[in-house]
Design a protein around this ligand. Structure first.
Ligand code: FES
Length: 117
């Protein structure tokens, strides 16, 4: 399923996209020429919390980490692991993506996305 064009997410930036059937958006983030996808669902609280304080504000101020602005958790962009904050060692839910030859970012395995309860 198509999420967006790669041109809609600049290198070093992140954006969220709604997906039919998913309660949370999928965050597409680009770093070092690679593309990563995660559910917009902070693992700090069971059930997950949307992370951005404003539309598409998924990164910390320096742009180095994904951030949950509720309580300041920081997540490694490449692994989704919380490296600072109240959910240390927990991880964001990875969403497998692929970028087509035409530059379309596609959700690769829809069935692999398991939303937190
Ligand atoms: S809900 Fe994300 S850090 Fe608390």
């Amino acid at each position: 399923m198509r999420l967006c064009s790669i041109a809609e997410v600049a290198e070093g930036q992140a954006r969220g996209f709604a997906v039919p059937g998913l309660r949370r958006k999928v965050v597409v983030v680009r770093k070092s020429g690679r593309v990563f996808g995660y559910l917009d669902s902070c693992p700090h609280y069971e059930g997950g919390t949307p992370m951005a304080w404003r539309t598409d504000r998924y990164l910390n101020g320096e742009g180095t980490h994904l951030a949950c602005h509720s309580h300041g958790a920081l997540f490694d962009v490449e692994t989704g692991e919380c490296v600072l904050g109240p959910c240390l060692g927990q991880s964001l839910t990875r969403v497998p993506l692929r970028v087509s030859a035409l530059g379309e970012v596609e959700l690769q395995l829809e069935s692999a996305v398991e939303e937190p309860a």
